[in-house]
Design a protein around this ligand. Structure first.
Ligand code: SF4
Length: 284
């Protein structure tokens, strides 16, 4: 790759932080490729979200520590570059031209909302990704936009609108591990719930998911009527397929029909117990 870096006319980087008092673009990395991008080509363009601006170099000390510790457990990343302009007279390295592009892209519209505004605190350390049981199972490529994991699940719908990927806020077990791990204390589970509520409101406005709504109404009704619940349990047990040893690997008809077919065809069911909990309780 080195040859390509040396021949490139323009290098485009992001920025981990922009320090207002010195005007420095700060880049944190362990590999050295960002350094090559910013210093070898004649022109360097840094594109960064407006939330990357921090007031003073003094504040940067705190953030650098937080970032390295939460991302990879290091005291400090291998390369921390401070770029404060084009190459000066007498210097051998650095670009001849240097530009900083400050990107809004939906960020200012989050500012009035107290909990959504929190999403802009993110320093992209990745701690929430590493701890998330969903991310660890499905990986980053399953997320549809730039950011993945828990932070992606709250930032994507906020930047792009909840209609962009309405399933994203639901890609969470709400275990709360992300909120625990976040060094800047973004309450990710709370924002996920708020976004879920927004998705549901949007669906109601557009008349979507009527069947799901009806199913949950029936579910709520059954769950709040003990006798009906018991009867439903007996009925389910009577039609459930029997298995002598362990889990039933495929679910045969009549359970795998209609809209449930696709869902049940990929899931295993435990065999139904000989007695329900209620029966055991009555006969204790
Ligand atoms: S939300 Fe918190 S834990 Fe996740 S990447 Fe951002 S700063 Fe790190």
């Amino acid at each position: 790759m080195r040859e390509k870096f040396l021949k490139a006319d323009i290098g485009i980087s992001g920025a981990n932080f922009l320090v207002a008092d010195s005007g420095a673009v700060v880049l944190v990395e362990n590999e050295g490729n960002a350094r090559l991008t910013t210093s070898a080509p004649k022109i360097h363009i840094a594109v960064a979200g407006i939330e990357k601006v921090i007031p003073r170099a003094q504040d940067l000390a705190v953030f650098l520590k937080l970032l390295a510790r939460s991302a990879t457990g290091q005291l400090l990343s291998v390369y921390t570059s401070f770029l404060a302009g084009p190459r000066r007279t007498g210097e051998v390295d650095g670009p001849e031209e240097f530009y900083v592009v400050l990107l809004d892209n939906g960020r200012t519209k989050l500012l009035p909302d107290r909990s959504k505004r929190e999403s802009l605190y993110c320093i992209r350390c990745g701690a929430c990704l590493n701890t998330c049981p969903v991310y660890r199972k499905i990986g980053g490529h399953s997320f549809p936009w730039v950011y993945s994991g828990p932070i992606g699940a709250i930032i994507t719908p906020q930047f792009m609108g909840v209609s962009h990927e309405p399933g994203l806020p639901f890609a969470s077990s709400l275990c709360g591990a992300c909120g625990e791990a976040c060094p800047v204390k973004i309450d990710i589970p709370k924002v996920l719930l708020e976004l879920r509520s927004e998705v549901k409101k949007m669906e109601a406005r557009e008349g979507q998911n009527r069947i799901e709504k009806l199913a949950f109404r029936i579910f709520a009704w059954v769950m709040t009527h003990p006798r009906i619940y018991e009867m439903a349990g007996r009925m389910a047990a009577s039609i459930a397929p029997e298995s002598d040893n362990g889990w039933i690997k495929s679910v045969p008809a009549p359970m795998s029909v209609g809209p449930m077919k696709a869902w049940l065809s990929a899931r295993d069911l435990p065999p139904s117990p000989a007695k329900s909990f209620r029966e055991m309780w009555r006969n204790r």
